[in-house]
Design a protein around this ligand. Sequence first.
Ligand code: PLP
Length: 354
Amino acid sequence: MKKHNFSAGPCILPEEVLQKASEAIINFNDDNLSLIEISHRSKPFVDVIENARSLVLELLGLENKGYKALFLQGGASAQFLMTAYNLLNNKAAYLNTGTWSSKAIKEAKLFGELIEVASSKDKNFNYIPKGYEIPTDVDYFHCTSNNTIYGTQMKSFPKASVPMICDMSSDIFSRQLDFSKFDLIYAGAQKNMGPAGTTLVVVKEDILGKVERTIPSMLNYQVFIDKDSMFNTPPVFAVYTSMLTLKWLKELGGIEFIEKVNEQKSALLYSEIDRNPLFKGIVVNEDRSHMNATFNLTDEKLKEKFDAMWKEADINGLNGHRSVGGYRASMYNALPLYSVQALVNVMQELERKA
Ligand code: PLP
């Protein structure tokens, strides 16, 4: 049996997806050729990428609404600059909720004036700022829906009269949202979708073509749209595996279904964090993430004991990010509820033994 994998990524995938992906490495499509040996322009692979692109729009409820789904490379980090390259003429507004937003801000500053509408840096990013205004004279507003490192998640999104861009790397496909509120969504594949190596971009085509600068082809969304996401050789294994995960999700009942499972998982863990006197949460309650739960021991002297116990229980990846410390339990779509129960059991056992 697989370990209970609470790692923040990369990447947590359903066992059946891992099985099919590994088979395709040896023999794809019963053709006695590997998926990674065949031409990306061959019909079997073109079918894969087209299927993946249409599953994305279907799952997000964005079919026939002017959106295109692209599988790009360079990680979500490349999107920090690509969004600005394609969309920032003069000024843009950013919400700063942590490391990833700060990195996006740093890159975008290369292209124009940046307005930080609000920041939670004053409290080491343990909450989501609220009540800020988005200027009407900016080219777009950018936010990060889920803060993978600190464990905060935006539960609602501001109304903006300008295009909305969102980095959804660590919670895409995990909860129902009105995705049509966003004009551009990007996400590294490696949390809820597939192996590292591809980045999903979902863009409303009519926001493009408005900047004055010349955009190099490899950084130009329109070039990739015009070439059906195959301007250059796509990362075939990452795209294929993402397609399998998207299919798995659709067959389970889509985002509506997985959202309920994700809510059960996070409720189970947070209620134990709140009940058990040996633990305390790091993030303010209303902004707690359903994907990444961060917590500390109330008595650091128990660390050695607790660490040995969860490792003994076949749990993996519970250490917090180095900038936050403590523990982080990442509960992406593919993590089963029984894995969360296994962690809760260890927390309760610690309480009995302490
Ligand atoms: N944005 C968020 C919210 C992330 O969690 C991460 C990585 O964990 C990134 C961006 C950076 O992604 P990448 O490593 O694909 O560049």
